[in-house]
Design a protein around this ligand. Sequence first.
Ligand code: NAP
Length: 355
Amino acid sequence: MVGRAIDRSKPVCITGASGYIASWIVLYLLADGLTVHATVRDARKASSVDHLLKAAQGQPGVLKLFSADLIEEGSFDEAVRGCELVIHTASPFIIKGFKDPYEALVRPAVDGTRNVLESCNRSGSVRRVVLTSSVASIYGDAIEALSKRGHVFTEADWNETSSESHQPYSYSKVMAERKAWEINKAQSAWDLVTINPSLVVGPSLTRNTQSTSIDVMRDLGSGRQKTGVPHLEFALVDVREVARAHVLAGFNPDAQGRFIVSGPVVSLLQMANVLRGRFPQYPLPTRELPKWLVRWVAPIAAGVSRAFIDQNVGYSFSFDNTRSQSVLGIQYRLLTDTLCEHFEQPIEDGLLRRR
Ligand code: NAP
């Protein structure tokens, strides 16, 4: 099946435009001369929109701001109206600091996706939706890689193990993606492409993000993990590649289905070792803690469950990113520079003490 060509003279709607990833997407769309309907929860809130207004300056494209909340029915109607392409990124990316995982994560992710897609259905104009999913929708725990050939996850894999009580963020992502495919299949006006990034790193255009991406670096450099880190591995990808993937997926008629967008897998200690080369004055961890010790202290020290430790610490895995390269044309940059740029960000923003 050949996909749809999108009319570039029509506005493009992007939800959650204030976010870490979305801000880069907005910048690329504006640089391409497009009109962008950018939704944020409160368009009057300076901390959500100032960096977008700044990014728009001097760009050939036009930025229009809209207020819309994922859990407010119909609130995306106005922003979506007249758009052929909708990029839906809005979804909470938090893994701690909440009491009720359903209200904090699952409801906004799943009901929000339904809400946005129903606006697309009502619009009469939308022809393609690009959804920001995640590798969290591909797998639940690293231990699952043991059953994969070469420990490699592909777009054919689905997370079938997360729940509201175990890995609720991952659960919110897989349920939202499943909901999107279900709604997509019930109509024929628009096709759906999902971008499934791994942990996104690299420079941020906004200080005002709750993204866990920013927290990981801050935790490494703050000294909290000075005594050691668990052997936890993360697949990483540069935020600019992820943003570019959304734009390419939006306009490439051949883009269909799911796209894993991920660079290499590194352990926390490997990340710390890279950073130490450039930032030797920071109290970065120098060793890995044994799993039994992590299992003992993590629930209290880091609010992480023993089930999470059991199923994620000490396991290796990777992702097949072939489709993102061959269909979308993504070229992955070396991550050493990205990691250092990412580490500098909370220092520049005053979130991590300058040493
Ligand atoms: P972020 O900076 O925290 O952005 C999340 C966005 O979601 C914010 O713009 C936020 O809007 C919006 N949002 C949250 N709750 C909302 C609600 N009830 N109504 C409307 N908007 C709401 O995080 P991010 O890292 O850029 O994440 C963006 C997307 O990428 C998410 O779907 C996330 O799951 C996905 N993702 C992220 C990573 C990563 O490593 N960062 C990896 C894979 C997938 P406000 O500013 O108005 O609060």
